[in-house]
Design a protein around this ligand. Structure first.
Ligand code: AHR
Length: 509
């Protein structure tokens, strides 16, 4: 199979906001307890943080980490998680039928972020609580001193403000699974008042309002537009979430699900821009894709999980080679919308649908999906170029739900993004070959660039698409190859069947 890409420095989609490589830690399963926080672990530091996990998180280089949920946040009293540990209550977490001992809370999370080289992205509870408690948390975190809540933070050991810049106004408030779910108007009014009060407390913050939880929601679109009617001038981003799943054993359709992600992003841009037009606003709403990943492997097991336990084994998907291809293509989809998607969070970071897994008291390792996240975050920095792509396409059902069919034609066998990193003097090609049977001869014409040499061609290609990584053996990992050549301004590379690829070319600046 053959494919061709033409790029030119004059045609750009937009600059990449590095925050599209962010992560997410929720109080759920073993994400916090036995994930990032395990005081008895041999690698634990004085704060009880696992340093083996910290190293892996730092390797992923995630600019933001969303916290504390997710569904968890909609029943959370942030006050339970601050102050002397022995006085903190154990509560029922209704979202995940678990117990929350509150041994880790806001101040611990901020300390962990500093060590993990990531910035906090905090969510407030607009489920069981409202604007007043949201304002109070901003005051606790960001106000320097001299008020009851800022002095409480100082007494709790943080003299300097936490300076949390990005805040989510609740989580998935359109879903009946959410504690304190709301109608669009109920939510929009609460979010608008919370936004005002939070900004009055700290004018430097940025706010994310909840869009639809996923495209198959019956209120899709209507919800987003109602919420924006009330909040357009008060917030900076509308949120999107999407989880990929191969529930029908349909690999071509599964690999095409990033095409569905493209549609979801483009629909959401249309919802935003229709409100912009209606309001005659000059402001363009940006998007925060603050939950995305593959999530389905653990679904059945989770239905049997015992209730009301601490750090229950929940949502522990073990990822395979096919999942790596889907996530690699999803990152490409986010990049190709760099003009509007400014934040994206891989959901989640440790143990719970995560690139990093841990054993209690034992080892930590990289799941298959670690690799596209790592390489994309490392090398896809700069400006995303527009591509003219010539590539055969196929038709498949790209639905992630068993009860729905989303028959889609025109899915290209090649998912690709080309990035111009002028700081490093590099052109970076990211590519997924969705063809399960055949390799692909890809030609990239770099018009208007002066390529000097090939830096490296990296691939992940295990013909066994069900291969997984464990603590003992890494079956799916990157390797360099020599099937790429540079001929003046043309790059030729052979992409293995069902492979993820990164090619870096040095260019003169
Ligand atoms: O990431 C797991 C869950 O998925 C989150 O708690 C929720 O927001 C979404 O439904």
């Amino acid at each position: 199979m053959k494919a061709q890409i033409v790029v030119n420095p004059a045609y750009a989609i937009g600059p990449i906001d590095p925050r599209i490589y962010s992560g997410f830690i929720e109080h759920l399963g073993r994400a916090v307890y036995e994930g990032i926080y395990e005081p008895g672990h041999p690698t634990a530091d004085a704060d009880g943080f696992r340093t083996d996990v910290l190293e892996l998180v730092r390797e992923l280089d995630m600019p933001l980490t969303r916290y504390p949920g997710g569904n968890f946040v909609s029943g959370y009293n942030w006050e339970d998680g601050v102050g002397p540990r022995e006085q903190r209550p154990t509560r029922m977490d209704l979202a995940w039928s678990s117990l929350e001992p509150n041994l880790f809370g806001t101040d611990e999370f901020i300390r962990w972020c500093r060590k993990a080289n990531t910035e906090p992205m905090m969510a407030v509870n607009l489920g069981t609580r409202g604007p007043a408690e949201a304002q109070a948390l901003v005051e606790y975190c960001n106000h320097p001193s001299g008020t009851a809540l800022s002095e409480l933070r100082r007494r709790n050991g943080s003299d300097a403000p936490h300076n949390v810049k990005v805040w989510c106004l609740g989580n998935e408030m359109d879903g009946n699974w959410q504690t304190g779910a709301k109608t669009a108007t109920e939510y929009a009014r609460a979010a608008a008042e919370a936004a005002k009060m939070m900004r009055w407390t700290d004018p430097g913050i940025e706010l994310v309002v909840c869009g639809s939880s996923f495209p198959a929601m019956p209120t899709y679109g209507e919800w987003d537009m109602t919420v924006l009617e009330h909040t357009y001038d008060l917030v900076d981003y509308l949120s999107l979430h999407l989880y990929f799943a191969n529930r029908k054993g349909n690999l071509p359709g599964y690999l095409g699900q990033s095409h569905y992600m493209d549609q979801h992003i483009e629909n959401t841009i249309a919802f935003c821009d229709s409100i912009r037009a209606k309001k005659h606003s000059r402001k363009r709403m940006m998007l925060s894709f603050d939950e995305w990943n593959v999530w389905y492997h653990s679904n059945e097991k989770d239905m049997q999980a015992p209730k009301w336990a601490v750090a229950n084994n929940l949502l522990e998907d073990v990822y395979d080679m096919a999942d790596l291809l889907v996530n690699g293509a999803a990152l490409i989809s986010l990049l190709n919308h760099a003009d509007r998607v400014k934040i994206a969070c891989l959901a989640q970071t440790v143990n719970v649908i995560a690139p990093i897994m841990t054993e209690p008291g034992g080892r930590a390792w990289r799941q298959t999906i670690f690799y596209p996240q790592y390489y994309t975050s490392q090398f896809a920095r700069g400006t995303v170029l527009r591509q003219a792509v010539d590539c055969p396409t196929y038709e498949a059902d790209v639905s992630n739900r068993p009860e729905r069919t989303v028959l889609t034609e025109g899915i290209p066998y090649l998912a690709s993004s080309v990035i111009h990193n002028s700081e490093r003097g590099e052109l970076v090609v990211l590519a997924v070959n969705r063809n399960l049977e055949e390799p692909m001869d890809l030609t990239v014409s770099m018009e208007g660039f002066d390529p000097l040499c090939l830096i490296e061609a990296v691939e992940v290609a295990n013909p066994d698409l069900q291969a997984v990584n464990t603590a003992d053996f890494e079956a799916v990992k990157p390797s360099q190859h020599d099937r790429a050549q540079l001929d003046r301004s043309t790059l030729r590379v052979e992409l293995a069947a069902a492979s993820w690829n990164l090619i870096r070319v040095k260019i003169s600046s």
